[in-house]
Design a protein around this ligand. Structure first.
Ligand SMILES: Cc1cc2nc3c(=O)[nH]c(=O)nc-3n(C[C@H](O)[C@H](O)[C@H](O)COP(=O)(O)O)c2cc1C
Length: 669
């Protein structure tokens, strides 16, 4: 059989280890590890699922080599804690038994280790407070160490790392690698990128130490190379060592690709794989390059790997915004890299390798880079994906049990929630009827199909619609589910996924010809005049403002709250803010619109009363859930469920998660 992607699926042998293909699941920290920092069942099941999907290697991220000085999140795996043995061994076994190579990422956060240990205590900085939900961001009472002293480090005062501690940490990298091997891992990934400790030592900007550990290039590489040597000594010659570096830190205060090439050359031949990422985790502007934002093109960081590959003999991996097997194959075929590593893509489709191998590449969920995964990981310490509700719930999938009886399920509303509910219910064997009032599945989000940075959303909606076509689901378009209709159908269960309608701000002039609502403007952007005022600086308003600015309109945003997009999770908010700044979109917070006229909007804000000239005024001022419409249906079937925006307007993840959950609940009794 001829493989469509021969380069992607060419096996690779390193030392005693065979990789079944060239697609790695890139390191991911799983931040809901138990409070005692031991890997638990959820975490193991998550990484096992990546292995089941066909990745060549699966990497547990952010395993801290010296937990007393190196911890940057409260719940990370401490490689110097022997209590991790059963959990790590179970994780390595779970990954390997499905044919993947199990890697542990060895890391130390250096001057960003804000969860450091209090001297002579078992308490890790503000960890106790974090557990109690009191203080997520503060630094603990222990000392922060970096290559040089900094009175005003990001998380407080940093002390220059004493030589004694440097030697101790070098040794601890070796011990951590040996520990990983002892627990059954068959590769280690040294984290030398993203601004963590090794990168701090490599950096000409940070590491200006005057001794043999800093200053000129050879001195700055002394610590990272000693770490590599210590790890090699610990694991032996035939055990693969991967090192992750930033090819460029992509910032005026960071090193560029020419320095990245020098670093890679210094590592050449001493490790087995140089894994080239980009950016720095701790600066907002580059965090969204390390994890490329929705506004950046696919494969945006491949150029750094390609440049390094031209200069080294060691195998090179590339990472960042890779979702499409055609593109991945071309990267390998053209010799830009030897391996592709996938981060968020493996969350939204762990089966990408198997699908690409077996001719089912058209069925791959492609990451939209909405970064809900980061919102959840950072905010709630869980891994989730907006468009794949099973992610982070692998245990649920494992404990799957069939419903007692097959039910007739009526789903009202064919948006993201309704479509997911139909698929999940059909998969459980129920008889499913999906009704959508318009002539197309996809719901209100279809309105964003013209938005270039929302291309993946449109693809996702099309994919879900095509899955429904193939599934045993009866679809009724142009069909509104009224009370009479629902009763006549005699369903056993109803899932109401009716959505919400836009809230109309009660302003004089809101009925004017020059006023429109966000979803209408998305569909017909050509109807807008040159100057646009957007009322509302939430997710919808900001994305719309960016969309219209990209089309050449002079766009201004007015927001009543003192901050923009409070409804948006952290990383996407950074992406939006930086795009707004790049496009020069004026934004006025704490500003209340008072009246709309033919000429624009009068408003009151911190600068006093202002008139904003506008040809078109668009409101994006929230959504009202269709609760009454739902209530009409609540007694039309023995089982009744509501999901998504018709409960409370939220996001795609809420709709798909609830759809998935209630579809499993049906027929339980
Ligand atoms: C939820 C999540 C957790 C991550 N944790 C780690 C980590 O622990 N260590 C690391 O080196 N990178 C981590 N990353 C970064 C990824 O490995 C990857 O470099 C990045 O997401 C860019 O690739 P992508 O565009 O395919 O997502 C994480 C990414 C995500 C989405």
């Amino acid at each position: 059989m001829a493989l469509k992607y021969p380069h992607l699926f060419e096996p690779l042998a390193i030392g005693s280890v065979v990789f079944r293909n060239r697609i790695f699941a890139s390191p991911k920290g799983y931040y809901n590890v138990a409070k005692d920092n031991l890997p638990g069942a959820d975490e193991i099941a998550f990484f096992e699922r990546e292995a089941i999907g066909g990745y060549a290697s699966v990497c547990i991220g952010d395993c801290i080599v010296d937990s007393a000085t190196g911890t940057h999140y409260p719940f990370l795996i401490r490689m110097d804690d022997s209590a991790t043995l059963p959990g790590l061994s179970a994780a390595a076994d779970a990954i390997k038994r499905h044919g993947a190579v199990a890697s542990a990422e060895l890391s130390h956060a250096g001057m960003y280790a804000r969860f450091v240990k209090e001297p002579d205590s078992d308490v890790y900085g503000p960890e106790a407070a974090v557990v109690a939900g009191l203080n997520r961001e503060g630094k603990g009472g222990g000392t922060l160490y970096g290559p040089v002293a900094m009175p005003d480090g990001k998380y407080g005062e940093v002390e220059e790392m004493p030589e004694e501690l440097i030697y101790k940490i070098i040794e601890k990298y070796g011990r951590a690698a040996a520990w990983a091997k002892r627990c059954g891992f068959n590769m280690v990934t040294i984290h030398g990128g993203h601004g963590w400790l090794l990168a701090q030592f490599m950096s000409p900007f940070v590491n200006t130490r005057g001794d043999m550990w800093g200053g000129r290039f050879e001195n700055r590489m002394r610590f990272p190379l000693a770490v590599v040597e210590s790890v090699r000594k610990a694991v032996g010659p035939s055990f693969p060592i991967e090192i992750r570096i930033s090819g460029s830190e992509c910032d005026d205060n960071g090193y560029d690709i020419s320095e990245g090439v020098k670093i890679a050359k210094a590592l050449d031949g001493k490790v087995d794989i140089i894994h080239v990422s980009a950016g720095n985790h701790e600066f907002d502007d580059t965090f969204i390059i390390t994890h490329p934002s929705i506004f950046l093109p696919d494969g945006v960081n491949v150029k750094y790997a390609a440049e390094i590959k031209r200069n080294v003999k060691t195998l090179v991996a590339t990472v960042g915004a890779l979702t499409d097997p055609d593109m991945m194959e071309e990267i390998l075929r053209s010799g830009q890299a030897d391996i592709v590593a996938l981060g968020r893509q493996s969350l939204c489709d762990p089966d990408l390798p198997f699908k690409a191998r077996s001719g089912r590449e058209g069925d791959i969920n492609k990451c939209m880079r909405c970064c809900q995964c980061f919102g959840e990981a950072g905010g709630h310490r869980n891994l989730r994906c907006a468009i794949r509700p099973e992610t982070g719930r692998e245990i649920d999938e494992k404990t799957y049990y069939p419903p007692w009886s097959k039910k007739r399920v009526l789903i009202a509303g064919g948006g993201v929630g309704g479509m997911q509910a139909a698929l999940s219910a059909a998969r459980r064997g129920h008889e499913v009827i999906l009704c959508e009032k318009s002539d197309r599945l996809g719901g209100v989000l279809r309105c964003e199909s013209l938005v270039p940075f929302k291309r993946r959303l449109e693809e996702y909606l099309n994919l879900q619609a095509s899955r429904i076509k193939r599934a045993p689901v009866e679809v009724m378009l142009n069909t509104e589910v009224t009370r009479k209709f629902a009763k006549a159908l005699r369903p056993d269960a109803i899932i109401a996924s009716l959505g919400a309608r836009p809230a109309v701000p009660p302003l004089p002039g809101i009925d004017g010809k020059n006023v429109t609502e966000a979803t209408r403007l998305y569909v017909d952007p050509g109807s807008a005049g040159k100057r646009i005022v957007v009322l509302g600086g939430g997710l919808v308003g900001l994305e719309l403002a960016i969309f219209m600015a990209l089309r050449g309109h002079a766009t201004t945003v007015l927001e009543l709250a003192p901050e923009l997009s409070v409804d948006v999770f952290g990383m996407h908010r950074i992406s939006l803010s930086s795009k707004i700044a790049e496009l020069g979109i004026p934004v006025h917070v704490s500003t209340r619109a008072l009246e709309i006229t033919e000429k624009g909007v009068s408003a009151r804000g911190p600068e006093g009363d202002i008139f904003f000239d506008a040809d078109t005024v668009v409101y994006a001022t929230g959504q009202i859930p269709l609760r009454e419409e739902c209530a009409e249906l609540h007694d039309c079937a023995p089982e009744f469920y509501q999901i998504g925006d018709c409960l409370t307007p939220r996001n795609i993840m809420a709709a798909t998660s609830e759809a998935y959950a209630v579809a499993k609940d049906i027929g339980r009794m």
